[in-house]
Design a binder for this molecule. Structure first.
Ligand code: ADP
Ligand code: MG
Length: 615
């Protein structure tokens, strides 16, 4: 017998409104995806309450306990039941969703937590004589009762997801969830230098163990921000970054971004904020990538903390329940501002190279050090495991074994009387060794310059400048190249036609399923149009058609530069060496070669003395 399936098929049942607890549990699915998301919501509430100190404790990766205490303005007795009611908020009146200047506004976080776990709010308003508390456990709400609390608010979330076992199954291990909490708190703390934030893990013995502890930073805002980032991202980053600060159209891009020689193998250390809200945003991450396009090889990523501030109406924050995505009114100008701002900062500091390299090199020279774990680890982090001594023909691994064999010098050293021009970072050339390394005496110590890498970069920057000055020479194609293309890519590509034209690439519609390429930048002559267009289409996903063309052009210029530059192995005269150093000092981005490796390494006198154990 065939069972009567129609009667049991859910979509065929009568429609009914879900009860409040179910609605809140469904919302919890989006808003409180994992314990770290709950931590984020609660901390954001404390920031909105103008707390100057926030304490966060958690147990078992936040699964059994999350407790956040603040010294903010608190919640009054009568408001407590409202705080845990759905769509109840003190932050907006609903009349204008484009003027949001608080982290919260959806009124969903606390009710979601109360539906998925056991939530206790204890709070005392600044002007109140005593504190009160309320509990929601799996959706059932207690009475408001008097409580003991000096100031602010304590939010306690126990057994998160015990009321939604399905979600509980999707959680990762305690330690993975704990890591997510730490990175969430660290991210929020980066944007709030004036707030003291303490994070600790309560272990099974009940003893809290500090995981992260930052006091309120003092001083001018930019300085406070820098000092906070130094603590949260690291001293290495602080020493190897450039300050970015550019404004336009009401938008300010402020922050710190790493020197190209201080890069990582993954994009995990890119902290982006919009109006202090940590965001994961394709446009902004793409802009960061575009800014480094020319100074980092494929597969290397800058480390950065960039804060974009603008009037609330220029950005829509109500596009994601967890508020981690935003949408800009004018994405293109935000992108341009960010790319230009970071590039300008890098160019102004472009002759600098990562200081960590000299640390690494000191490690390599140290008798007991050699290619010690510490050295190679550190270097690996920045240089894809390349040797510390860049492109040493004789040098492999972390040592420069042939250092002593190379004496006497290939070319006579300059007479000692030659003094470096005042302020010359790279000093005066004293020798050339292995026909590729210029050794110079600097005011602080010494530098070793990879002449091939340096020259390649200089030639490349030259070519780029020439290319830009000529405002892109265009090569019209005698027979337009027809490239087949489906929707919606075709329309999106055609929408970018104007931008592409400014780069010398002219395209037109060609029937319903194709486009015609009319002209290309002369420098790309002979390039495979289909591949070029395909690359552009791929980049369109990130809204970056222009990036693909620029990337191609840069690749070709870089290849030309490589052929045209001084090969390793050429003997240079003293004058030639010094001329190379002076040009490096004045050329943007000259601290790294076209492949992102350093062009020079400097060693301070102090470091040299340390090597000889004089210190
Ligand atoms: P939202 O933050 O979107 O308003 P929430 O559910 O996170 O929604 O919080 C609801 C309300 O509870 C807030 O609007 C605020 O008035 C109050 N509240 C929550 N946490 C705090 C806190 N730490 N200090 C003061 N008020 C708070
Ligand atoms: Mg909130």
């Amino acid at each position: 017998m065939i069972p009567d399936r129609v009667a049991t098929k859910p979509s065929n049942r009568p429609i009914k409104l879900l009860d409040e607890v179910s609605v809140n549990r469904i919302a919890a699915g989006e808003v409180i995806e994992r314990p770290a998301a709950a931590v984020k919501e609660v901390i954001e509430n404390s920031i909105d309450a103008e707390a100057s100190r926030i304490d966060v404790e958690f147990s078992n990766g936040g699964k059994s306990l999350i407790r956040v205490s603040d010294n903010g303005h608190g919640i009054g007795e009568r408001d407590l039941p409202l705080a845990i009611a759905r769509h109840a908020t003190s932050k907006i009146d609903g009349s204008d969703l484009l003027e949001i200047d608080t982290f919260g506004f959806r009124g969903e976080a606390l009710p979601s937590m109360g539906a998925a776990g056991r939530l206790t709010l204890t709070s005392r308003r600044m002007d109140a004589a005593s504190a009160f508390s309320i509990t929601v456990d799996g959706g059932s709400v207690s009475d408001v009762r008097p409580a003991a609390l000096q100031e602010g608010t304590v939010v306690e979330l126990e057994r998160l997801f015990h009321a939604t076992p399905a979600r509980l199954k999707f959680l990762r291990s305690d330690s993975a969830e704990a890591r997510a909490i730490v990175s969430t708190v660290r991210n929020l703390a980066m944007a709030q230098p004036e707030i003291a934030i303490y994070l600790s893990e309560v272990t099974s013995g009940g003893k809290p163990r500090a995981v992260l502890k930052v006091d309120a930073e003092k001083g001018e805002w930019g300085q406070a921000m820098f000092s906070r980032l130094r603590k949260l991202i690291g001293r290495d980053f602080a020493e190897n970054c450039v300050a970015v600060d550019s404004s336009g159209g009401g938008v300010r891009v402020f922050g710190f971004s790493s020197l190209p020689t201080f890069s990582r193998g993954a994009a995990t250390q890119q902290h982006l904020f919009v109006n202090r809200r940590p965001v994961r945003d394709k446009l902004l991450h793409g802009s960061l990538r575009a800014a480094y396009l020319d100074v980092l090889p494929k597969g290397r990523y800058p480390v950065a903390a960039i804060f974009l501030d603008c009037p609330p109406r220029l950005v829509d924050v109500n596009v994601h329940p967890a508020k981690s995505e935003v949408r800009f009114r004018d994405p293109q100008s935000v992108r341009n501002l960010m790319v230009a701002g970071i590039r300008r900062a890098l160019e102004s500091q472009g002759h600098r190279t990562s200081s960590t390299i000299s640390d690494a090199m000191a490690g390599a020279f140290r008798p007991e050090g050699g290619a010690s774990g510490d050295f190679s680890d550190r270097f690996d982090r920045f240089h894809r495991g390349d040797s510390a001594i860049p492109r040493g023909r004789g040098g492999s691994g972390a040592h420069q074994p042939a250092l002593t064999d190379s004496l006497p010098f290939d070319s006579p050293p300059e007479p000692r009387s030659v003094e470096p021009p005042p302020g010359a970072l790279l000093g005066v050339a004293r020798a050339q060794i292995h026909q590729n390394y210029v050794v110079s005496e600097t005011s602080a110590g010494m530098a070793i310059i990879d002449q091939h890498a340096a020259h390649e970069r200089l030639a490349y920057e030259d070519l780029k400048r020439q290319f830009q000055k000529k405002a892109v020479e265009v090569q019209a194609l005698l027979i337009p190249e027809i490239v087949d293309m489906l929707e919606p890519e075709r329309t999106r590509l055609l929408e970018a036609a104007q931008t592409l034209k400014s780069l010398g690439l002219e395209i037109q519609p060609f029937g319903p399923g194709a486009i015609a390429v009319q002209s290309i930048p002369a420098i790309l002559q002979g390039a495979n149009c289909k591949n070029l267009i395909q690359d552009i289409v791929d980049e369109l996903d990130g809204g970056e058609a222009a990036l693909a063309v620029e990337k191609r052009i840069n690749e070709i210029l870089s290849r030309m530069a490589c052929h045209g530059s001084v090969r390793a192995g050429r003997v240079l005269s003293g004058d030639e060496m010094n001329a190379l150093l002076r040009r490096m000092e004045e050329t943007p981005n000259s601290g790294q070669c076209n492949h992102g490796r350093p062009t020079y390494i400097s060693l301070s006198l102090q470091e040299i003395e340390k090597l000889f154990q004089r210190r």
